[in-house]
Design a protein around this ligand. Structure first.
Ligand code: PEP
Ligand code: MG
Length: 661
C-alpha cells in the first residue's frame, strides 16, 4: 500500500524532522518505506532518511506493509503535508537541530600548506573561528580504537549483540545527562541532541548487528559500520551532510569506549588559556569541556561548517581546523600561537613571534576594555546630524554581539547565510520570521536587509548556476534575483511581512542599471498586492541600493532620484573600479580603497546622494577604518556599517572629530 505527496516540511527531511518522522514511523508495526526518485529507504532510520536528501516541495511516496499500514500512511503523509500539526512545543523553524546552531558566516577554507617563517614552523589550515591566541599546547590525541578483529563462535553472537545494545543505551543515557545540564547553551544542546539521534539510529545499530551476526566482535563491527555510514555522508554533494561524517565517527568511538570499558581521555585538566590540539574532537566532548579555559583550538579534521567550528565561534574561541596530517607536527609542541582570521598556526614560536602574538592578544584585550565607554555614545557631526554607526551581520546569532557593541541598528544584513546554511531554499515563513526577529531586536533603529547577493562562486542548494569564466562579472546579486522571481518574490514578501515589526529597509546588491530598481519596485508592488488580497499583514519599506559597481557610481545622480538611500559597498566597488579581484593576493596591492580612483568614486556617489537629499551610508569594510572615517563624514556620509568588533572604535573616532572642533 502506498501514497504519494509533496513534502511541505520546511527545508525537507534534514536532521530533526527526519528524527521526528522516524519516531512517528516507529509507532507502527508495519514496515514503512519512503521513496524518492525510485529509491526506497526504511522510514525507521533517520540516517537513511537524511541521506535520501528529501527537500521541501519534492514529491515522495510513503509505502507501508503490515496490519496498520493504512494508519501508518495516514500519519506519515499527514506529517509530510502539515509538519506542525500535532507537535508539542517544539517549533519547526526554531528547533534545536544542529544546523540551526551555525553561528557566524563560515569562512572560506584556505589552502593547506606549510609556510616557513624565518625558520619557525607555520602551518596553514581553515580559518574557522576568528581571533588570535597564544598559549601552552594541550595535545589531545586519544589512542585510536582498534577492533580486536576476533571471530565470534556461533554461541557468542547473542550475548555480543546484547553487549552492544547495552553500550548504545549507556552512551545515550550519558548524552541525556549532558542534555539535562543547565549550563549547556541552546546551540550546543542542539548539537548533542543530533549526536544522540545518530547513536540511536537503526542504520548504525542495524549494520553493527548484521556484522556481529556475521561473526565480527562488537568493537570491530561498530568501527566498520561507522566508517560505512560516514563514507555515505562524505559522498553527498552537500556541506552540511558532509560534516555529519565526523559526528558518526565520534558516536562510534563513544560506543566502542563503553564496550572496551574505557573512559575518553578527559579535557577536564586543560590549563587556563591552553591551545587544544587534536586530530579530531567529538562535538559532544567539546561541548562538555571547560570552554572558558580553552584559549584556542587546532584540529586535523573539521572545516568551517563542522560542529567544532560552530561551537568555537559561538564561544568566541579562535580556531584553525582541517590541518590534515600536518596536525602531527603539533603533537610534541610546547607552545602554540594561532591566528583564527588567517588560519595560521605557529608551533613553538620564537621570541619575536611570541612577543608579537602576546602584544596582539594584549592590545586586543586592552582596546576592548578602553572602548567600552563608547558603547552608548550617539555620535554627531558638527551640525548636530547623527552619524549612525550600525552593524554588518549575517545571522540572528550575531544580534547579541552587535547590541553589546552598541550598534545603532543594522546597516547590512547579509541574507546569503540564511540561504547557504540550509540544504534548501528558505521558505517565505522562515525568512519572515528571521527578518521580523531582526526588526524587533533593533527597533526603532533601522535594519537594512540586503536581498540575496549570491553568484556561481558560492552556489547554494536550490539554484542552478551556469559555469562561468568570471563569476564576479556574471549572474549574481540582483541580476540573478530578477531572473528568478520565484526566489526573489519569496524574499520580498517576507520583507514586507517583517516590516510590520520594526524599521525594515531593503537594499539591492550589484545594481548597475536603473531598470533593476524599477523592475524590483514593480515586483514589490506585486507582492504587496498579493499579500493584501490574501489578507496577510504587511507594511511598506524604504528601498535603497548598494553602490558597488562603477556603473552605479556613474549613474548615481539618476539613481538617487529612484531610491531612498545609497549604501557604498567598498569591497566590491574597489575590486571593480581597480579591476583587481578581491580574492587574489597577487593583485592585493591594487585592491586598495584609498586609491584615488576609488576615493573619487566614493565622493561622486556621496555628492549625488547629498544633492538628491537621500541618506548616503557605507557598509564595505572601509566604513570601520578610523583613518578614513573623518574623510567619509566630510563627504556627507551619515551612516557607517561595520562588523560589531569595529563599532566602538568608530564611535570613538567620530567623537574625537567633534572634540577637535
Ligand atoms: C561590499 O561589496 O562592500 C559589501 C559590503 O558586500 P559584500 O562584501 O558582501 O560583497
Ligand atoms: Mg558586495
Amino acid at each position: 500500500m502506498e501514497r504519494s505527496t509533496i513534502v511541505r516540511v520546511h527545508e525537507g527531511l534534514h536532521a530533526r524532522p527526519a528524527t521526528r518522522f522516524v519516531k512517528l514511523a516507529k509507532g507502527f508495526e508495519s514496515d514503512v518505506e519512503l521513496v524518492k526518485d525510485g529509491k526506497a529507504v526504511s522510514a525507521k532510520s533517520s540516517v537513511k532518511l537524511m541521506l535520501l536528501a528529501v527537500k521541501e516541495n519534492q514529491e515522495v511516496t510513503v509505502r507501508a506493509n503490515g496490519a496498520d499500514a493504512i494508519e501508518a500512511i495516514e500519519a506519515l503523509i499527514g506529517y509530510l503535508e502539515n509538519p506542525r500539526a500535532g507537535l508539542d512545543d517544539e517549533s519547526e523553524a526554531g528547533e534545536g537541530g544542529s544546523e540551526t546552531a551555525a553561528a557566524a558566516p563560515a569562512p572560506e577554507a584556505a589552502p593547506l600548506a606549510a609556510a616557513p617563517m624565518d625558520g619557525i614552523s607555520k602551518l596553514q589550515g581553515v580559518a574557522a573561528s576568528e581571533g588570535v591566541a597564544i598559549g601552552p599546547a594541550f595535545a589531545h590525541f586519544p589512542p585510536e580504537i582498534e577492533g580486536p578483529g576476533r571471530r565470534l563462535r556461533a554461541d557468542e553472537i547473542d550475548s555480543e549483540i546484547e553487549r552492544f545494545r547495552g553500550a548504545v543505551t549507556s552512551v545515550q543515557s550519558r548524552m541525556d545527562l549532558t542534555l539535562a545540564e543547565d549550563n549547556l547553551s541552546a546551540g550546543d544542546r542542539g548539537i548533542v541532541a543530533a549526536l544522540r539521534d545518530i547513536a540511536a539510529d537503526d542504520s548504525l545499530t542495524g549494520e553493527v548487528e548484521r556484522l556481529i551476526k556475521g561473526g565480527d566482535d562488537a568493537v570491530s563491527a561498530v568501527i566498520a559500520a561507522a566508517a560505512t555510514i560516514a563514507a555515505d555522508f562524505s559522498a553527498v554533494d552537500d556541506h552540511y551532510l558532509n560534516a555529519r561524517a565526523d559526528d558518526v565517527h565520534a558516536v562510534g568511538r563513544q560506543i566502542c569506549l563503553v564496550l572496551l570499558g574505557q573512559d575518553e581521555v578527559s579535557l577536564e585538566t586543560i590549563p587556563q588559556g591552553a591551545i587544544l590540539i587534536a586530530d579530531d574532537i567529538g562535538a559532544w566532548d567539546l561541548a562538555r569541556a571547560p570552554l572558558k579555559r580553552i584559549g584556542g583550538v587546532v584540529c586535523g579534521h573539521g572545516g568551517a561548517t563542522s560542529h567544532i567550528a560552530i561551537i568555537a565561534r559561538s564561544h568566541g574561541i579562535p580556531a584553525v581546523l582541517g590541518l590534515g596530517n600536518k596536525i602531527n607536527e603539533l603533537r610534541a609542541a610546547k607552545e602554540v600561537a594561532i591566528d583564527g582570521n588567517a588560519g595560521h598556526v605557529i608551533v613553538d614560536p620564537d621570541e619575536a613571534t611570541r612577543s608579537d602574538f602576546n602584544r596582539r592578544v594584549e592590545a586586543a584585550a586592552q582596546e576592548r576594555a578602553g572602548l567600552k565607554i563608547f558603547k552608548e555614545v550617539t555620535p554627531t557631526r558638527a551640525d548636530g546630524t547623527v552619524i549612525e554607526v550600525a552593524a554588518n551581520i549575517g545571522s540572528l546569532e550575531e544580534i547579541e554581539a552587535a547590541q553589546e557593541a552598541g550598534a545603532m541598528g543594522v546597516g547590512l544584513f547579509r541574507t546569503e547565510l540564511l540561504f547557504m546554511r540550509h540544504m534548501h531554499l528558505p521558505s517565505e515563513d522562515m525568512q519572515a520570521e528571521t527578518y521580523s526577529a531582526l526588526a524587533k531586536a533593533f527597533a526603532p533603529h533601522p535594519v537594512i536587509v540586503r536581498t540575496l547577493d549570491i553568484g556561481g562562486d558560492k552556489p547554494i542548494a536550490g539554484i542552478e548556476f551556469p559555469d562561468e569564466e568570471n563569476p564576479f562579472l556574471g549572474w549574481r546579486g540582483i541580476r540573478m534575483c530578477l531572473d528568478r522571481p520565484d526566489i526573489f518574490k519569496r524574499q520580498l514578501r517576507a520583507l514586507l511581512r517583517a516590516a510590520v515589526h520594526g524599521n525594515i529597509k531593503v537594499m539591492l546588491p550589484m545594481v548597475s542599471e536603473i531598470s533593476e530598481v524599477t523592475r524590483t519596485r514593480a515586483l514589490v508592488d506585486e507582492c504587496a498586492a498579493e499579500l493584501k488580497a490574501e489578507g496577510v499583514e504587511h507594511a511598506s519599506f524604504d528601498l535603497g541600493v548598494m553602490i558597488e559597481t562603477p556603473a552605479a557610481v556613474l549613474i548615481a545622480p539618476a539613481l538617487a532620484k529612484e531610491v531612498a538611500f545609497f549604501s557604498i559597498g567598498t569591497n566590491d566597488l574597489t575590486q571593480y573600479i581597480m579591476a583587481a579581484d578581491r580574492l587574489n593576493p597577487t593583485v592585493a596591492k591594487l585592491n586598495d580603497v584609498t586609491n584615488p580612483a576609488v576615493m573619487s568614486a566614493i565622493e561622486l556617489t556621496a555628492k549625488a546622494g547629498v544633492a538628491a537629499g537621500i541618506m548616503v551610508g557605507m557598509c564595505g569594510e572601509a566604513a570601520g577604518r578610523p583613518d578614513l572615517i573623518p574623510t567619509f563624514i566630510g563627504m556627507g556620509l551619515t551612516e557607517l556599517s561595520m562588523s560589531p568588533a569595529s563599532i566602538q572604535r568608530a564611535k570613538k573616532t567620530i567623537a574625537a572629530m567633534a572634540a577637535e572642533r
